[in-house]
Design a protein around this ligand. Structure first.
Ligand code: SF4
Length: 438
């Protein structure tokens, strides 16, 4: 029995896809092992968004060769689609597969005999036009369920459309069938995953279904305790979706909404499809219907042309806004993106300074949001990792909670009252009820 190991860089989508490819291997008789358990085959699923994608990929390949010098190394994922030639030149790489090849890896690579020269099986990204179903497995607590792939937007900083192709989705019927299967397992939380999930519903190039109808259908699936919408573009987060979430049985009060900049000038240069006024409307609508809702925000600092004044515009805008935390990204140049045409580049030290300021603001926002929740009752889903005798979990509105480890509570939903916030910015709790579900 050949042994195969996986390494995944990047986002939830990559994790769900690695999980699906793992199941393909297992169904053909391969044994999945840990990376350092002398595998015969290494599959490395790469990311193009990660800074230093190239360096990271090289490092993982080097590590693989140290562990199994004769092991077969195949590289898949966004970076493989964007830079196949560059990757095939990394010493130790045997195969590079693109976006439309990665799910046919077993058929394309046959018996994994090491070739004299690396095999590069990467077609144009326009060929990546079919939807490949995926969901992650192996974690009892939650699963990432892929409902959509690709993107038809053309944000000027982003390479994802070049790496993953056009927007396409699974059908509601297929997703509900998967959700029913997940509902029969121990998994308690489903995270809807995609590149641009608000754009859900395009099949074979035509819009056939709508995101709100997917949300309504999933809400009826018995056995799913919690459903989280991972990230949704502000212009696609409709009042319908917000209002439905507010009264939903299963969708939790948590949205992650990319903003990217609080300056209209920069939003325009980024080719985003909204102005900041729309973002304010979204946040106000959410808070009107769900005052306890957690709202996470993606922001990019140091985009070309972002002056000190533009940055302060963003900073002040976020400071005023009723949001709960930030994910801060420092702009970095990507080949073949329109942003490279903008000449006024922000020096690296300035980008780092702005990033630091927003990280501090994020901590302040999170603490304030957590403080608003103290004294209230929420349900925590405890996870398996233990840290110095403590277990951790999240409330439905994404407050991170810590409690003394109790094996009986792992992967259980438990009602608690948030009592105070500790030095590590974790909420401590008082018991309210015995187990809610088993
Ligand atoms: S919406 Fe913009 S940033 Fe998001 S994947 Fe599409 S092009 Fe990239």
């Amino acid at each position: 029995m050949k042994k195969v190991a996986f390494y995944t860089l990047g986002c939830k989508l990559n994790f769900s896809e690695t999980s699906t490819i793992t199941r393909q291997f297992e169904s053909r008789g391969y044994k999945k092992v840990d990376f350092n358990d002398s595998p015969d085959i290494f599959i490395i699923n790469t990311c193009s968004v990660t800074a230093n994608a190239d360096k990271k990929c090289r490092k993982v390949v080097k590590e693989a060769k140290k562990i199994s010098p004769d092991g077969y190394v195949a590289i898949i994922g966004c970076y493989a689609q964007l830079k196949p030639k560059e990757i095939s030149n990394i010493p130790g790489v045997d195969a590079v597969l693109g976006a439309s090849e990665k799910f046919r890896l077993l058929d394309l690579l046959g018996t994994f005999v090491k070739p004299a020269q690396p095999e590069v099986l990467v077609q144009e990204v326009t060929n990546a036009d079919t939807f490949a179903h995926s969901h992650s497995m192996g974690d009892r607590t939650r699963t990432f369920l892929k409902v959509q792939d690709g993107c038809n937007y053309n944000c000027s900083f982003c390479t994802i459309p070049l790496a993953r192709g056009k927007s396409r989705s699974d059908s509601i019927e297929n997703i509900i069938a998967s959700a029913h299967k997940i509902g029969q397992t121990e998994v308690k939380e489903v995270v809807l995953t995609g590149v641009n999930i608000g754009d859900f519903g395009i099949q074979e190039g035509r819009r056939k279904e709508r995101f709100i109808d997917l949300v309504k259908a999933l809400d009826e699936v018995d056995g799913l305790e919690r459903i989280r919408i991972s990230s949704i573009e502000p212009n696609l987060l409709s009042n319908d979706v917000i209002a439905f979430t507010a009264q939903s049985k299963r969708f939790v009060p948590h949205f992650h909404i990319p903003l990217q900049s609080g300056s209209n000038k920069i939003l325009k240069a980024m080719r985003r499809r909204y102005e900041r006024g729309l973002y304010v409307d979204r946040v106000n609508k959410i808070k009107e219907l769900m005052p306890h809702c957690c709202i996470g925000v993606d922001v990019i600092v140091g985009f070309p042309g972002e002056t000190e004044e533009d940055f302060l515009d963003t900073y002040n805008f976020l400071n005023e806004l009723d949001i709960s935390y930030l994910h801060v990204f420092t702009y970095s140049e990507r080949a073949n993106t329109h942003a490279l045409e903008i000449k006024s580049v922000v020096p690296k030290e300035e980008r780092a300074k702005r990033s630091k300021m927003l990280h501090i603001l994020s901590d302040k926002k999170r603490r304030y949001f957590y403080e608003q929740q103290l004294g209230k009752e929420y349900t925590v889903l405890f996870e398996k990792d233990i840290n110095e005798g403590q277990m951790e979990g999240f409330t439905e509105n994404y407050v991170r909670v810590t409690a003394k480890y109790d094996p009986l509570l792992i992967n259980e939903l438990k009602k608690v009252r948030l009592s105070h916030i500790n030095d590590q910015m974790l909420a401590e709790v008082e018991d309210v009820e015995e187990y809610v579900t088993h």
